[in-house]
Design a protein. Structure first.
Length: 218
């Protein structure tokens, strides 16, 4: 009977120890969970600060002192991006720009010039273009006239039976290919009259009429 009682007491003590050990283990597992929650909160705070410090890239052009591409805080406005580009020029038309608009990544901020300055610049460009065209036209007409006078004075009477290909090219309307055809036709049979030039491929009655005053048969 005493042995049975001792056995029951031992089992009771053993069960009590198991329960206590289980409770201690449960508490130990809960502690890391609480620490993990604190860690997550700290990470969230860091992420929030990083988001606040985020920058975006914008292009500022037009009537600003230093046009270009700038990295600015994501929370800034157009007026701050313009300030990063050196500010407005004297002829900037700031009334046509929403200076308080928030910027966004990839945004282009173009500051227009005042209408009076824009009109003056356009008129100046048109005047320069007109002057350049006039000078170019005068030069072209003059050179063409001088070239015509030079050609007229250079053309002399050419003997079609003995002239070389280069001499034949001095005739009006005769280029290298046609001069060579005249030589080849002459080699197959000399020209007995100016009209025999009609035997040359590429010379018709109209071209012969232009050549008649500049050629002779020798």
């Amino acid at each position: 009977m005493q042995a049975k009682s001792k056995k029951l007491i031992f089992i009771t003590i053993l069960l009590t120890g198991c329960i206590i050990t289980g409770l201690i283990s449960s508490n130990d597992k809960e502690k890391p969970l609480a620490g993990s929650s604190l860690l997550q909160s700290a990470q969230g705070a860091v992420t929030s600060k990083a988001a606040q410090a985020k920058t975006v890239r914008v292009q500022v052009s037009g009537a600003v002192l230093e046009p270009g591409i700038y990295d600015v805080p994501a929370s800034c406005r157009v007026v701050e991006a313009i300030a990063a580009a050196g500010g407005l020029t004297e002829n900037a038309d700031s009334e046509r720009v929403n200076l308080v608009r928030k910027v966004r990544d990839g945004m282009q901020i173009r500051v227009p010039v005042q209408k009076a300055a824009r009109t003056s610049r356009t008129q100046r460009k048109n005047a320069q273009a007109t002057a350049g065209y006039s000078a170019s036209s005068t030069k072209k007409v003059g050179s063409t006239r001088a070239g015509a006078e030079k050609n007229n004075s250079a053309v002399q009477i050419v003997r079609i039976n003995s002239a070389s290909a280069s001499e034949l090219q001095q005739l009006p309307g005769i280029g290298p290919a046609l001069a060579q055809r005249i030589v080849e036709t002459r080699n197959s049979g000399r020209f007995s009259s100016v009209e025999d030039l009609l035997r040359v491929p590429g010379i018709g009655k109209a071209k012969l009429a232009k050549l008649r005053d500049y050629v002779e048969v020798d």
